[in-house]
Write a protein that binds this ligand. Structure first.
Ligand SMILES: [Fe+2]
Length: 315
């Protein structure tokens, strides 16, 4: 006997949001085990829907597999769009407000455990409160958080990966994890959305960046240590100062030799690049494998190598 098909409820708002067209068949439930097809994939449903809504119908169904595949596709597109530089800030904000859970689910699909994601979010909240109250950083941080929401969320993603990586090491501690999150939230507070576009455009030749963008790691450390301020840990400062260094001459300002990079910045650089690849691969099923393969060719020596070994275990 053939297996009974499973159905999922499809919210009417979902159909309306897609302009009355969805790539799967829709059904109406007549009784507990009887459903009747009311439309075929890609029919224009506007009239049909208003007809059923007038009649008081509140629930419409689709075959479970079709609907899950559709949701996965929509979520992937939404997440990719959120991180694209040419998506307008208004659209990004709308995605963030309506679909934060979609973004979070994409990260978990990218290989990060839910525990690490939740911990990173908690640490980000704590670090964010500290940074947004500190005299030297509050103004810059609030502006950055408001104007660069996808970069802010990207930092939470990188933090989630980094927290997982730290868990593979013996010397992990809550303080170190908190420092990692502080560094991630502070590293780019001097930048604007246009600066991130410049960085993406000059990925192969960072020397072409405007001077203040090229020097923002150092500029941020100078801000955090202004007037002899010692409120930010040396760990945080070194992670910020080195956050654009790389072992392949594509980093900047390029002051740190491949073998001299300290372990914490190396962890963040590797985590950042992993997230970059996963976003580029649109959170596809093989994104993790593709990302790790790409990283293996770059991070081969010293602490970079240790960081790469940690991410292989963590993800
Ligand atoms: Fe930066």
């Amino acid at each position: 006997m053939p297996e009974k098909p499973e159905y999922s409820r499809v919210p009417i708002e979902t159909i309306q949001k897609f302009g009355g067209e969805v790539p799967f068949d829709l059904f109406l439930r007549l009784s507990d085990d009887k459903l009747v097809r009311i439309s075929n994939a890609n029919d224009d449903l506007k009239e049909l829907l208003s007809h059923y809504m007038e009649k008081g119908v509140k629930e419409i169904f689709a075959l479970k597999d079709d609907y899950l595949k559709f949701l996965q596709m929509v979520n992937k597109e939404l997440t990719t769009k959120f991180f694209k530089h040419d998506t307008s800030p208004e659209e990004k904000l709308e995605i963030l407000q309506n679909s934060f859970n979609v973004l979070k689910a994409s990260l978990i699909r990218g290989g990060v455990s839910k525990i690490s994601v939740d911990l990173a979010m908690e640490l980000a909240k704590k670090s964010g409160e500290f940074i947004s109250k500190h005299m030297l950083t509050k103004e810059f941080f609030n502006k950055y958080k408001g104007n660069c929401c996808s970069e802010y969320i990207r930092s939470l993603f990188v933090g989630s990966v980094a927290v997982s990586m730290l868990d593979t090491l013996e010397w992990k501690s809550d303080t170190v994890k908190e420092h990692v999150m502080q560094a991630l939230l502070l590293r780019d507070i001097l930048l604007s959305p246009e600066d991130f576009v410049s960085i993406a455009q000059c990925r192969e030749g960072p020397k072409n960046l405007p001077a203040e963008v090229y020097n923002h790691p150092k500029g941020t450390v100078e801000l955090l240590t202004k007037d002899g301020c010692r409120d930010f840990s040396p760990d945080v400062l070194v992670m910020i100062e080195c956050h654009h260094e790389r072992p392949d001459n594509k980093g900047f300002p390029g002051r740190v030799n491949e073998l001299s990079i300290p372990i914490l910045p190396a962890m963040l650089i590797v985590a950042e690049e992993y997230i970059g690849h996963v976003i580029e691969a649109s959170f596809s099923v093989d994104a993790r494998k593709l990302a790790l393969n790409a990283l293996a060719g770059i991070y081969k020596k010293g602490n970079y190598r240790k960081a790469f070994e940690a991410i292989k275990i963590a993800i």
